[in-house]
Design a protein around this ligand. Structure first.
Ligand code: AMP
Ligand code: ZN
Length: 117
């Protein structure tokens, strides 16, 4: 069934509590936890509890949950007192996606370059 947890998915395991994570916020539809390999002073991942391979696929099937995810990213940034932050959805291995469960990176607490590398 669409959106079902995948046995081989790291983020589905984090949601299930099978892999530990430093959770910062949770809602009915989303989970936010600190990235294990932070690329900025604040680096938090916000993920939907349903499994889709990337953000665009999530948006096509679950527009309401996609809106929840974006709103929740803003709530996390506010909790972390980030005035500016970058919200990143790496999509596809060529763009650096390594976990194929949709997720937003919230990066903040330092200056950012443009264009990104
Ligand atoms: P991406 O490369 O965009 O797919 O992002 C995956 C992110 O997951 C990377 O930034 C990793 O550092 C992060 N990550 C991998 N394993 C864990 C874990 N067990 N807990 C928290 N973050 C993780
Ligand atoms: Zn998953």
């Amino acid at each position: 069934m669409a959106g079902e947890a995948q046995a081989d998915c790291l983020f589905c395991k984090i949601i299930a509590g099978e892999v530990p994570a430093t959770v910062v916020r949770e809602t009915d539809t989303t989970y936010a936890f600190r990235d294990i390999n932070p690329q900025a002073p604040t680096h938090i991942l916000v993920i939907p509890k349903v499994h889709y391979r990337d953000a665009a696929t999530l948006a096509a099937v679950e527009p309401q949950i996609t809106a929840d995810l974006l709103r929740e990213a803003g709530e996390v940034a506010a909790d972390e007192k980030l005035e500016s932050y970058r919200l990143v959805f790496n999509t596809g291995s060529g763009a650096g996606q390594t976990v194929f469960h949709a997720h937003a990176h919230i990066l903040g607490g330092r200056g950012m370059q443009w264009p990104p590398g």
